[in-house]
Ligand binder design. Structure first.
Ligand code: EPZ
Length: 418
């Protein structure tokens, strides 16, 4: 089994280019199903979740290849509308095939999607949204089959601004007859990237980035070439790595506006960040101040995907911070592992009380999901002694060879077999 061995105590230094966003690439790859032809999607990271998405596309009939961050897809031979069960179970994002397959073929069958152990990961908003577009479904024997002669535009209100449901419904509505409004839509940058991709294909989508997205259905879409946006969560992870391990680095190919909440919090805790165009420079030589209250929330609020990494950062602050997780009910599994490294954290009713300690101590810890795993790696960078992070397949789902990224910044980390 693979693990990361980390020798702590080395401040980071150097320059790193941020790779394309996993959470932009996954819906965009699924959206290629909406048109027949040859696509080229650029700056797609080599990640486990991307691999699974490409396997699904290949299993339903597409021809795919992924070389040096460029994905080529020929969707003209897609014929299958049943997403393979074993692949559905490996990744939550397999649900993104529902909208496109239903829109193009009028039918789709999936089994319940898998995903991280961070909460229930319900799909009711996906199901009710597609039903509102005129599709009918049967949920029996572990399979959900949607059928529709033709999807009809409608007004849909999301009771929660679900990222995945917003994206799935955008992809279903682009070929529907008439106009669809998605109200209380998610506003994440990855939603804007999907809108831009769909419009490049000939769709008529507007409003992404706000809470109301309007889609005018069109009869047909065309294949295109496209480059996905940089990964804001990988960007934030490396900013917090310097906050934790200290040092001075530059991150290139970033979109600073996509991490505004984090930048303000890090600056507020006394660490210097400079921004110029797509370059972010962070320098930290001291212990951060605590942050009284942080609450994760949908974009543009503080992202749940940086909650674990921020907890590791605040565990070394010179005081007590309070952090509430409001998006996923089970996203504190990293607390016990951080405590094994010397952190002092008390959790009650979805809120973590983080009392800053002087240092982390190296320990053997386990990743429970991709961002929790990243937080343990960051803690290991600052720990006294050696840290062994196990179950690192979780981390490989969202970070392209994170050990190489950190080695490039001077960290002493290696991938070992144990
Ligand atoms: C996306 O997941 C991201 N994944 C997640 O990133 C991210 O944490 C999440 O959005 C929130 O920002 C991708 O984009 C591939 P949601 P998604 O639907 O779409 C509830 C990472 O670390 N909900 O916005 O699954 C749900 O239970 C991953 O890269 C319903 O109740 O998130 C959760 O509590 C982890 N019914 C909340 O909404 C539904 O039908 C947020 O879920 C759908 C969701």
């Amino acid at each position: 089994m693979e693990a990361f061995a980390i020798e702590g105590g080395k401040p980071l230094s150097g320059t790193l280019r941020i790779h394309g966003a996993k959470n932009a690439a996954l819906p965009i790859l699924a959206a290629t199903v909406l048109a027949e032809g040859q696509f080229e999607i650029h700056d797609v990271p080599h990640l486990k979740d991307i691999e699974v998405m490409l396997k699904i596309l290949s299993e339903i009939g597409a021809k795919v290849s992924h070389k040096e961050h460029c994905v080529s897809i020929d969707t003209s031979q897609i014929h299958e509308t049943h997403v393979p069960d074993e692949l559905m179970g490996q990744m939550r994002s397999s649900i993104f095939l529902m909208g496109p397959l239903l829109a193009r073929f009028g039918e789709v069958t999936i089994s319940r999607p898998g995903g991280c152990a961070i909460g229930e990961r319900r799909i009711d908003l996906h199901l009710s949204g597609l039903t509102a577009l005129g599709a009918e479904y049967v949920d029996a024997e572990g399979y959900i089959t949607f059928r529709s002669k033709s999807l009809l535009g409608n007004k849909i209100f999301l009771t929660f601004p679900s990222v995945g449901a917003t994206e799935n419904l955008m992809m279903a509505a682009v070929l529907a007859e008439g106009t669809t409004s998605i109200c209380n839509a998610a506003r994440e940058p990855e939603i804007v990237d999907l809108q831009n991709f769909l419009n490049a294909m000939g769709a008529k989508v507007r409003g992404a980035g706000t809470d109301t997205i309007v889609i005018e259905g069109v009869p047909k879409l065309a294949s295109v070439s496209y480059r996905v946006i940089p990964d804001r969560i990988v960007t934030g992870t490396h900013l917090l790595a310097v906050g934790i391990a200290k040092g001075h680095i530059e991150l290139h190919n970033t979109v600073p506006d996509h991490v505004t909440a984090l930048i303000e919090m890090i600056r507020g805790s006394g660490v210097e960040i400079k921004v110029r165009h797509d370059i972010m420079e962070i320098k930290n030589t001291s212990r951060p101040h605590p942050i009284n209250r942080i609450m994760t929330s949908p974009y543009p609020g503080f992202p749940t995907d940086l909650q674990a990494q921020m907890m590791a950062y605040l565990s070394l602050a010179n005081g007590t911070s309070l952090m509430k997780e409001t998006v996923f009910e089970g996203r504190f599994k990293h607390v016990t592992e951080l405590e094994r490294m010397g952190a002092s954290i008390y959790v009650d009713l979805g809120t973590a009380f983080i009392r800053g300690v002087d240092k982390f101590y190296g320990a053997s810890v386990e990743a429970s999901d991709l961002r929790a795993g990243a937080a343990l790696v960051l803690a290991g960078l600052a720990a006294q002694g050696t840290t062994c992070v196990q179950q690192i397949h979780h981390i490989d789902r969202g970070y392209e060879r994170i050990e190489r990224q950190l080695q490039q910044l001077g960290a002493s980390i290696s991938r070992i077999n144990i």
